[in-house]
Design a protein around this ligand. Structure first.
Ligand SMILES: Cc1cc2nc3c(=O)[nH]c(=O)nc-3n(C[C@H](O)[C@H](O)[C@H](O)COP(=O)(O)OP(=O)(O)OC[C@H]3O[C@@H](n4cnc5c(N)ncnc54)[C@H](O)[C@@H]3O)c2cc1C
Length: 510
């Protein structure tokens, strides 16, 4: 045999760099469901089903395409419990010339694979992951020498590079790079939100659901109602479903939240993009085609394209630029444990309950729930970054370290000093009231900041502003908040502090 080609669970693309130039007759593709990867955090059970099922379908597709595949199915007693052990066993058995793989999406595993040639005694070739618009070296070059790394400027470079939504004169379509000011509408039930794309479990997925229910019964969430796509063909149908039914309103209601609708007008494509079932450029090109055909407005399509070639590529660049130290950042000095209701949804705060409940059922919550509800609460309450990062990594079907970590540690917790935002996304209950109908069904009163029934977000917001004066008072984007805090009467400030202290001391009862 010539080579072992290692393909990981988020590398399910036929055009993966590790497969380039490989010899179907002599090389052996290796894929493995291993205990160490399945259990290093409290993964949502739907996430485990999705990844194992998509891996099994991909392995079958490779075999149908003529590849030789060694596939290890999960069993807790498998002798090989880690990727390294699987490779070591096969290397002993087949004596390959080398191991070939593609850069993985996590520093922890990247370290292990990078070192593995020492124990294996054969070369391990790690190829760049070409499934992104911007590769790691290109991002490093873009970042070099810049005082501040801002997504918006990076995004413009990516627009120019890809030509997406660019005129033939090299100008942004519609005369503006960004139409976000059009994208902040509250949703009041109309137009109706489309039902999400559903793919009923086939025999492979059903078998995986049984496996996960048997061996991962203590893990977060449920396998019930699993409806995600698990092949590239199905993911393309999910993309078409989004373009037809949700994209036209994606922009308008991008920041909206609802008490009754889990998915609103979001694409629900992140699981497929992150595992390689969909290609980011093909997704963006489809959306741009819909705009050209008059099937979706520019504010929606630009907003959607920005999320993918802007935010998604930017956070990946930040991750690889700053790891491994990045994961240890805690610039706001937070030390609080994660409140238990993050795992149970058992809280009287309606917005938190709704976001966590949807997360437990679907392994999904949309961006604004992640950022402005569960994230905002963790920021205001001063939860330890590592605890909240571990939660996000566990509970979402699309969560992989390279994308989860910068979003949580950076965008939400501002623990990195501000790579993902020039000011923290801290907000009081007023924001949640403005963008949703949660508050009208809540035990707490959003109009109150003090008193027993006052919305906890309100006093916590001022407590956050007050306790981080040294961190933010000189930030020009925060001046107004400090002015507002300072001009309140001292008794009012004391009452707000007292309410927030009570909230923090009794956080598990909220
Ligand atoms: C605290 C926190 C944690 C997050 N963790 C993850 C994660 O583990 N994995 C993940 O893919 N996204 C993560 N995000 C980003 C974003 O919330 C999800 O990508 C999005 O909710 C996925 O749902 P969707 O496909 O319906 O997205 P849409 O709203 O339809 O957006 C379209 C696509 O844009 C991309 N995108 C949008 N925003 C971001 C972003 N901030 N970073 C990266 N890509 C983005 C995604 O690929 C997404 O599929 C996180 C955001 C926050 C605030």
């Amino acid at each position: 045999m010539a080579n072992l080609i290692l393909i990981l669970g988020d590398q399910l693309s036929h055009r993966l760099s590790a497969l380039e130039g490989a010899d179907k007759d002599n090389d052996l593709v290796v894929m493995a469901e291993v205990h160490s990867e399945a259990s290093y955090t409290n993964h949502h059970r739907k996430k485990l089903v999705f990844i194992f099922s998509a891996m099994r379908h991909f392995a079958d597709a490779l075999e149908e395409d003529g590849w030789r595949v060694h596939y290890q199915r999960y069993h807790p007693d498998n002798p090989a419990q880690s990727i390294e052990q699987v490779i070591a066993e096969l290397a002993r058995e087949y004596q390959p010339e080398r191991v070939i793989t593609t850069e993985c999406g996590e520093w922890r595993l990247h370290e292990q694979i990078s070192r593995s040639h020492k124990t294996l005694g054969i070369p391990v070739e790690i190829r760049p992951d070409t499934r992104f618009v911007c590769n790691i070296d290109e991002f490093d070059r873009w970042a070099e020498g810049r005082k501040q790394l801002r997504m918006e400027f990076f995004y413009r470079e990516m627009r120019k590079k890809t030509g997406l939504l660019m005129t033939s004169e090299g100008q942004p379509e519609g005369g503006k790079w960004n139409f976000d000011t059009d994208n902040r509408k509250k949703w009041a039930g109309k137009p109706p939100a489309p039902a999400p794309f559903r793919e009923e479990p086939d025999a492979i997925t059903t078998e995986v659901i049984e496996l996960v229910n048997e061996y991962f019964s203590e893990y977060f969430g449920t396998t019930e109602g699993f409806h995600y796509a698990v092949t590239a063909e199905q993911a393309l149908v999910a993309l078409a479903h989004f373009i037809d039914f949700a994209l036209p309103c994606f922009g308008d209601y991008q920041d909206a939240m609802s008490d009754n609708e889990d998915w609103l007008f979001h694409s629900i494509l992140s699981p497929y993009l992150n595992t390689g079932l969909l290609d980011p450029m093909e997704v963006c090109e489809e959306a741009v085609r819909a705009w050209h055909a008059g099937r979706a407005p520019l504010n929606a399509v630009e907003g959607f394209v920005r999320q993918i070639i802007g935010w998604r590529e930017f956070v990946r660049g930040i991750y690889w630029l700053l790891m491994p130290g990045y994961a240890r950042e805690n610039r706001l000095g937070n030390s609080r444990e994660l409140p238990w209701f993050y795992w149970t949804g058992d809280t009287k705060m309606r917005c938190m309950h709704k976001a966590i409940d949807a997360t437990a059922r679907n392994a999904y919550a949309h961006h604004i729930q992640r950022l402005m509800v569960t994230g905002n609460f963790a920021l205001l309450a001063g939860v330890k970054p590592e605890a909240i990062c571990d939660w996000y990594l566990a509970v979402y079907i699309d969560a992989f370290d390279w994308v989860e970590l910068p979003n949580t540690l950076g965008m939400v917790m501002h623990a990195d000093g501000g790579y993902l935002g020039s000011k923290p996304y801290a907000a009081s209950g007023k924001y949640i009231q403005r963008m949703s109908d949660h508050c009208q069904n809540c035990h707490y009163r959003v109009q109150d900041a003090t008193g027993d029934r006052a919305c906890p977000f309100n006093s916590l917001y001022w407590h956050f502003i007050d306790r981080h004066r040294e961190d933010f008072a000189n930030n020009p984007r925060m001046t107004m908040m400090y002015r507002n805090w300072d001009k309140q009467k001292s008794e009012r400030r004391e009452a707000l502090r007292a309410r927030a202290d009570w909230v923090l001391a009794n956080i598990e009862t909220l």
